[in-house]
Every structure is written in C-alpha cells, then in structure tokens.
Design a protein around this ligand. Structure first.
Ligand SMILES: [Zn+2]
Length: 154
C-alpha cells in the first residue's frame, strides 16, 4: 500500500522533480538549498503536504550521497518546523515510497511530509479520493515560503 497516494505531473518522460529543481515549478517550490529543495505536492493528501527532494536525480535512498541525505533531512526538519508554526497540525506522516510495489510515482527519491490533524481520518475513508483543502496551493505556498525565508538559507 502506498504510503501516500497522488502525485505526478509528468510531461512525457521528463522527471517532474528535475524540472522543479531547474526552476520550472517555482509556484510550488517553497524552500531551496544547493543539494535539496522543498515543494508543495500538486495533489496533496492534506493541506500543507510537502516533499523534500535532492536536487540531483537520485533514484532511491541508496543512490544518495551522505551529503544529499543530510541535506534532505535538514530540509525535512525545516518543513516540519514551518508547517508546525504556520498550520498547527497535531502530527505528521513522514516517509519515502521506494519502488513501484511501494507506490513510488517517480524515480527521483523524495520525502513526503504530510501534516495531520486529530480527527482528519474520520472523514477521509468516507469521502474516498475527495480532498478537503481549506486553502488553495498558491496561497499556502506563499505563506509557507515566507516562513521558510525567516529560517535563513537551507
Ligand atoms: Zn529527477
């Protein structure tokens, strides 16, 4: 079972995370460093669903260098801090889908950071795939981007 479902915005065979790393998805990118960056999931599981990603196209966890691993972990910590400050969730799901059998939607490793609120699972099974999002992506991205900027550079 996929850790988190819903994601890809693929143009042909192009890797959408490499495209984002190059700057093609600036409306979704909320934090940027030299080895890692963070973007909003275009198809969020909950409001504030972020992905932290190595800039280089590393296909899985084993393909990352130690420096890349440190960078995405630092990015993940910043994501948790910012989403906590801005959105006040009660918890997080934090994880990686690796391989098709695990629900990975792209061969560019990334960490899902999904804020959770007490009781948010009560309606999710009932509504199935229906997403209940209080803010649109652009508004949420702008708010989060400002909060990341206050932390200083990644
Ligand atoms: Zn890629």
């Amino acid at each position: 079972m996929a850790y988190v479902s819903g994601m890809p915005s693929v143009k042909g065979n192009e890797c959408f995370l490499c495209a984002a790393a190059r700057g093609d998805e600036e409306s979704l990118v909320v934090d940027r460093g030299t080895l890692a960056f963070t973007l909003m999931n275009r198809f969020p599981y909950t409001s504030g669903h972020l992905m932290t990603v190595p800039v280089r196209h590393a296909p899985d966890v084993l393909a990352m260098t130690a420096d890349e691993g440190s960078a995405i972990f630092a990015a993940t910590q910043r994501a948790i801090r910012v989403v906590t400050d801005v959105m006040h969730p009660d918890g997080f799901n934090i994880g990686i889908n690796q391989g098709n059998a695990a629900g990975a939607s792209t061969e560019h490793v990334h960490v899902h950071v999904v804020p959770r609120w007490a009781g948010d699972t009560n309606f999710m099974p009932v509504l199935g795939d229906v997403k209940v999002l209080p803010q649109d992506l652009a508004t949420t991205a702008a708010t989060l981007r400002e909060a990341f900027a206050r932390l200083g550079p990644l």
